[in-house]
Design a binder for this molecule. Structure first.
Ligand code: ZN
Length: 849
């Protein structure tokens, strides 16, 4: 926390490091409040440097001593680091600093979680451990010695030596400091072995606290499948003798790809059928894969500076999406990814926090681990792959690994390998990295003399700091269906490059029905006047599973918009189409479950806003409830049928097939609850033998305002399991009736188990409230006030997690004036706080501008 307003860092100001590092040796004498860190670092002037100033980052460090080539020195110390006069030749820097892990509540640097030591260094946490050039373009091999009275002492790389109370690790692969990690604690491992395609035998360990033993089998299985997949699909083999993963209870984010020692939020490692839902298993699989894939896309090839964050994150998300599609269902995975993209990234891109996939300035880099950098970053790579084709993509990636292994690279390097491998000019494509905002496509069509023509216009709205936009390269995947439902033109990719373009399809016997943006081929908003009949036709006939789902989704949205505008009854055409789809046994149950899910309230607010209306969160909630009840009634007899049909015989398996059946069955159960006042859900809850069923039944009850007894029983059963109790906290807030949501959240913050310094618990309750749209946006402003109070409180302790949650306010510009004023008042109240963190100060500043 700083006094003077911190200055933004700009991409255009990048200069190469003045000194490079050949070798790092660290020794840790662990102590909760007085850990001693000894460093010995071999520096050498960088021939490519433009200046010679020796500067080491360091924050909150207590410098005990410093030497250069063995001679004591007295550096100039500021709150950001130190400078010192150094020789104009290679030299050795040695220092001893003292730090206090136990009082480190920001969970960045070296900290303690339930008695164990652990680290989080990305993006700039290493400077809280010792003085160092803490920037990703300085890469070095590390040797680490840990001394501490704990049974398990881990760091990056391979084990070098160990004895009672100490261990040494050596990581031969040069890495930036943000990939450094250390763990020490009382831990037990679930272990396995993997032999790489290059013949290297690798020991795999998933470390957990003794009480969690037995809950790491799935994570280990997911790890082994990830290792195989990366060899098979990307030709990437693992490069050390051990791969360690540690589950930590207090963690700001999902997980971290430290070289050879991944550190995870425990919720993305621990699973048993009794305690984890199908969704949890899916997340574990995805995040284990994501962090593992970083070993090549992130670690072996890292980022030159933090503006290039999407270089590793966009690519690694794209890779984990491919992996999950291969492991499960590509269609279902794509639909889920697009639901999440629209909910988080489109929302971000359309509000005050919009920024390019590669931002050009930041004050606090932790504020840029966003849906735009990650998810839009992945979409950009998906478009690139579509444009150059799978072979072109594979060639480019092979060149990327070959050319940049061991380097800290840029987006320019990344695009250059595609240009060199495929001969394509990507100058215009590069705008995807620099222009913020979601492009809109306006499409009209006509048909004459057998020729069908699509007229497409593109437009990207202004975003903060970017009033003018230029046309982008947009791959628009299109198929045409004949009126009898046959596909007359299979999927073709049209390349939009101009503001307005026409595309003609000749030799057609009748006016076709277009299926546009198949597979969601670009992260854009498609605007086209479409009748309900045409949507129903596509829902029934489209061969593209994404667009089939999309047609149903658009129908539901139109029905809801009409219900809101005219208080209309739900259109029977929609209800009939939904019934036909739900009954269609040729369709994957997981797909059917997705198609039966109505668009979320926040999504509807966004849709209304984009139609020039001011959304009313309470009216949206009420309309959506009415539609749910209408769907429940209209498909009435189908629910018990689906419920009986979709059982999963045999032992619980988290695989896609059973998970899909459970999803459809629980969807049926939730609709049924509206018809039988929860009778079946109560029986289901009582009989549940896995957490998916337990949570499914409990949610169905909470949604109809029932479930008090079940909540109590749940709490009694699970009070000692913190991850399960996070669900208990989150569910009752996020599913509370709008009128009681704020009180429920407040009551839970007074619960003895509301440990607000634990990010998972904080997110469960406070984040749970922000996800209850109608409750959070209560007209009194009570929801805003409660969230702001807690953001202020948490900011003093853990700026990163607090700042992240401030994004709950990013939709204020689309709300009515009264709510806008209430939110602005809360943001101003936060902004006026003395001692506000750099993280939060930047966020509220951007939110208010
Ligand atoms: Zn990542």
């Amino acid at each position: 926390m700083k006094d003077a307003a911190p200055q933004p860092v700009r991409l255009s100001d990048y200069t190469p490091p003045a000194f490079l590092v050949d070798k790092v040796e660290l020794t840790f004498h662990l102590h909760p409040t007085a850990t001693r860190v000894l460093s010995k670092i071999a520096f050498r002037p960088n021939p490519a440097a433009v200046e010679r100033r020796f500067f080491l980052h360091g924050e909150g460090l207590d410098l005990v001593s410093a030497q250069i080539d063995g001679t004591p020195v007295t550096p100039d110390i500021t709150p950001e680091g130190l400078t010192c006069t150094v020789p104009d030749a290679p030299f050795t820097w040695q220092a001893e600093v003292r730090i206090s892990p136990e009082t480190n509540t920001a969970l960045e640097g070296l900290y303690m979680s339930n008695g164990m030591y652990c680290t989080q260094c990305e993006a700039e946490g290493f400077r809280k451990i010792t003085y160092y050039p803490d920037r990703p373009d300085v890469m070095a091999p590390f040797t680490v010695r840990i001394e501490g009275d704990l049974p398990v002492l881990l760091s990056n790389g391979n084990p070098a030596a160990q004895g009672a109370g100490w261990a040494e690790w050596h990581d031969p692969w040069p890495k930036p400091a943000y990939l450094f990690a250390l763990v020490a604690g009382e831990l037990v491992a679930t272990s396995g072995r993997f032999t790489t395609c290059e013949g290297r035998a690798v020991d795999l360990n998933i470390w957990v606290r003794p009480a969690d033993q037995g809950k790491a089998d799935y994570a280990l299985d997911a790890l082994i499948r990830s290792m195989k997949w990366d060899e098979r699909v990307y030709g990437r083999a693992y490069d050390l003798d051990v791969f360690n993963i540690v589950a930590v209870d207090d963690f700001n984010m999902g997980a971290m790809e430290n070289k050879g020692l991944n550190i995870f939020n425990a919720r993305y490692v621990l699973a048993s059928p009794e305690t984890a839902t199908d969704r949890d298993y899916e997340n574990i699989e995805r995040i284990i894969a994501h962090e593992y894939f970083h070993n090549w896309t992130g670690n072996r090839i890292t980022c030159r500076d933090w503006f290039q964050l999407c270089l590793k994150e966009g690519l690694t998300v794209f890779r984990d999406q491919q992996f999950a599609g291969d492991a499960r269902s590509h269609a279902v995975k794509r639909i889920e990814d697009v639901i999440a993209l629209r909910a988080r990234q489109f929302r971000e891109d359309g509000g005050p926090l919009a920024h390019p996939v590669r931002p050009e300035s930041y004050t606090e880099i932790n504020n840029f681990y966003t849906a735009t950098v990650y998810e839009k970053g992945a979409e950009v790579i998906g478009m690139l792959r579509r444009l150059v084709g799978p072979e072109g993509y594979d060639k480019a990636l092979a060149l990327y690994f070959d050319r940049h292994d061991g380097e800290a690279a840029t987006i320019e390097d990344w695009l250059k390998v595609f240009e060199d491998a495929t001969g394509r000019d990507l100058t215009q494509f590069k705008r995807w990295y620099s222009q913020a905002g979601t492009p809109r496509l306006h499409v009209t069509d006509d048909f004459k003399d057998g020729t069908y023509t699509l007229h497409v216009e593109q437009e990207t709205p202004p975003t903060p700091g970017q009033p003018e936009k230029h046309p982008q390269v947009i791959p628009l995947a299109v198929g045409l269906l004949s009126p009898n439902g046959d596909e007359v033109v299979p999927t073709t990719v049209l390349e939009l490059t101009e503001e307005a373009q026409n595309f003609a399809f000749e030799g057609l016997g009748a006016r076709p029905v277009p299926s546009l943006l198949r597979g969601f081929s670009a992260p854009v908003i498609l605007d086209r006047e479409t009748s309900a009949e045409e949507r129903a036709f596509l829902l029934a006939h489209d061969t593209d599973p994404f667009n089939k789902w999309e047609a149903g989704r658009a129908l539901a949205r139109d029905v809801l918009v009409a219900m809101l505008a005219e208080n209309a009854a739900p259109a029977p055409a929609y209800l009939d189409a939904l019934a036909a789809m739900a009954r269609d046994e040729a369709l994957d149950p997981a797909f059917r479950a997705l198609a039966l899910r109505l668009p979320g309230e926040d999504q509807l607010a966004e849709d209304l806003h984009s139609r020039g209306q001011t959304p009313d969160p309470l009216a949206i909630h009420a309309a959506r409830e009415r539609l749910k009840t209408a769907v429940a009634a209209h498909l009435g007899a189908l629910w018990p049928q689906l419920y009986d049909q979709m059982t999963c015989p045999g032992a619980y398996s988290p695989g896609a097939a059973d998970a899909g059946r459970r999803a459809l069955r629980l969807t049926a159960l939730a609709y049924l609850a509206r018809l039988d006042r929860g009778a079946r859900a109560r029986t289901h809850f009582a009989a549940a033998d896995n957490m998916t069923d337990e949570i499914g039944a409990l949610s169905a009850l909470l949604e109809i305002g029932a479930g008090r007894d079940e909540l109590d029983r749940f709490a009694r059963r699970w009070r000692d399991d913190r991850l399960v109790m996070d669900k208990w906290f989150a569910l009752q807030v996020s599913l509370a009736h709008p009128e009681t949501a704020v009180d429920t959240a407040r009551r839970l913050t007074e619960h003895p188990d509301f440990n607000w310094k634990n990010p998972n618990r904080f997110r469960a309750v406070i984040g749970g409230l922000t996800m209850n749209a109608a409750g959070f946006h209560d007209g009194s402003g009570a929801g805003y006030r409660l969230v702001a109070d807690w953001l202020i409180r948490l900011d003093a302790v853990n700026p990163q997690t607090a700042a992240r949650m401030s994004t709950a306010f990013e939709t204020w510009p689309r709300l009515d004036r009264a709510r806008q004023a209430l939110i602005r008042a809360e943001l101003n109240r936060i902004a006026a706080r003395e001692g506000l963190s750099r993280d939060m100060a930047e966020m509220v500043g951007r939110l208010l501008s």
